[in-house]
Write a protein of this length. Structure first.
Length: 105
């Protein structure tokens, strides 16, 4: 029973019951590294007084990249954590999912 309550705690210190696949970790890591590189480029653009429209275009690209990463992690969350909690009888997980969806809409 302690394991179930630990999983449903949903705090920053909580760990997934089912580890993420190596492929997902690799893909997310690569995308995050690419996004960090884009952000560093934007920082340099600002420091060099580059045209605002160009900076904004790059910021939009970063925002899109972050949303794509979020969708990958959300899909993994739904396919593992949420399914496991529902299988364990914890239907309250739907409240958490709705809260997460609201953050991305």
């Amino acid at each position: 029973m302690a394991e179930k309550s630990e999983r449903s705690a949903c705090t920053c210190a909580a760990h997934k019951h089912t580890p993420r696949s190596d492929k997902l970790k690799h893909d997310v890591g690569c995308r995050i590294n690419r996004t960090v590189g884009q952000l560093n480029g934007i920082k340099q653009m600002v420091e060099e007084d580059r045209y605002c429209g160009d900076v904004l275009t790059q910021l939009a690209a970063v925002e899109s990249a972050v949303k794509a990463i979020s969708r990958m992690v959300m899909q993994d969350h739904l396919e593992t954590c949420v399914v496991e909690r529902i299988q364990d009888g914890d239907t309250q997980v739907t409240d958490e999912v709705m809260s997460l969806f609201k953050k991305f809409m």
